[in-house]
Design a protein. Sequence first.
Length: 256
Amino acid sequence: MRLHRGAHAGVRSEATAYHRRCGVDGAADPDGRGAMTTSVKRRREELCDLLAGLTIEQWTAETLCAGWDAGDIAAHLIVREREPWTGPGLFLGGPFGDLTDRRRNAWKAQGRERPIAALRAGPPRLMSVGTIAGTQVIEDWIHEQDVRRGGAGLATPTPDVQLQKMLWKAATRYAARTLSLDGNVVVELTDGTRGHRLQSRRFVPFATPTGAQPDVTVAGRPSELLLYAAGREGADVAITGEDDAVGLLAATARTV
């Protein structure tokens, strides 16, 4: 069983553990189909350049997904894009998860060059346009951070304005699911220029926007807010508010 660093146990297979602990659902809206296609290509090229430039030590270092190195990340992305029949394993576990794990391990066993070449070829056309393209950009960006901020110990370039907008939207949508706190606690995300407040509702599995005053505030750049909401360890955020609310937030698993 694999656990995401900083998250909790309770998953049924390696594939299910990945999705729930290291999973990304790319909750971001497209900013125009042509621009989005360009964003997908740019993000993929930057990810591949990063992977190609890693030393052997960095390639085999553990990422923010506990138990996974860069080879696992690359193989996962390929299987996700090229072998969609393995997708149920990310959610259902059991024999479905075992199949997903076997396919990932098969790609990883091919070394570094072939997986990176496969990634450079880009995702299928349908994953590069429309709403799904937003998913693709966020998927690649978070996994790039998994590698950079894990054992590879690499700096993170500052995202450009367009990407920051996408990361902000993704952060607010992730937070709706991962920062839904008991007791109607109001959580606010802010990057210093804008805020988004969320409050849990009875019988609703996710938090919804609210105008109520926040009990706890999570502040940081959009990129850091997204990583925090996605459960990544070491996100550069500042958390302030009532002690009980801060404690409740700290105890939240933040799993996708």
